[in-house]
Design a protein around this ligand. Structure first.
Ligand code: CMP
Length: 144
């Protein structure tokens, strides 16, 4: 099993797409092992996107991510990172394939509906900004 980290971004939450996006993620075979609705501070957004510091879109991205509620999730399945990136689709919704979340729920490259971590190590770093060990449900927490 692998874990990845995802954010349903403020545009998708505000538009009422949270449930549909979570449904798609579950249908793809993910288990949600931690989830929370957050109103991200600009400071947390800056830490989260530190790798993009200095890029032309950095300020715009921070403004947007701290503009309203979003939903942060830690997700688990085999090949989780790749599977979620495929489900999310191209970063630019205009270039995202039919059937992907960004195609349906994205409005622009910044307001692209969902974030999907690009690797296991980044997923771990990103999740640590929002979850403690106590927030994470291991397999034993799900009665079969
Ligand atoms: P996300 O998956 O959250 O990871 C980084 C984000 O930066 C990305 O989605 C986009 O929202 C944003 N981003 C990446 N490249 C650009 C760009 N060229 N212009 C504007 N925003 C970008």
């Amino acid at each position: 099993m692998e874990r990845t980290f995802s954010i349903i971004k403020p545009n998708a939450v505000a538009a009422g797409h949270t449930g549909k996006i979570i449904d798609s993620i579950l249908e793809r075979g993910f288990r949600i092992v931690a989830m929370r609705m957050v109103y991200m501070s600009r400071n947390t957004a800056a830490k989260f996107y530190a790798v993009h510091y200095g890029k032309e879109f950095y300020g715009r991205l921070l403004d947007f991510m701290s503009s309203g509620a979003s939903v942060v999730m830690l997700l688990e399945r085999e090949d989780a990172v790749n599977e979620l990136r495929m489900l999310a689709g191209h970063t630019d919704p205009a270039q995202a394939e039919e059937g992907t979340l960004r195609r349906h729920f994205g409005e622009s490259v910044t307001r692209n509906g969902i974030h999907a971590a690009d690797g296991v190590e980044n997923a771990r770093r990103e999740a640590a900004l929002f979850f403690t060990e106590d927030d994470i449900m291991d397999a034993g927490y799900f009665p079969s």
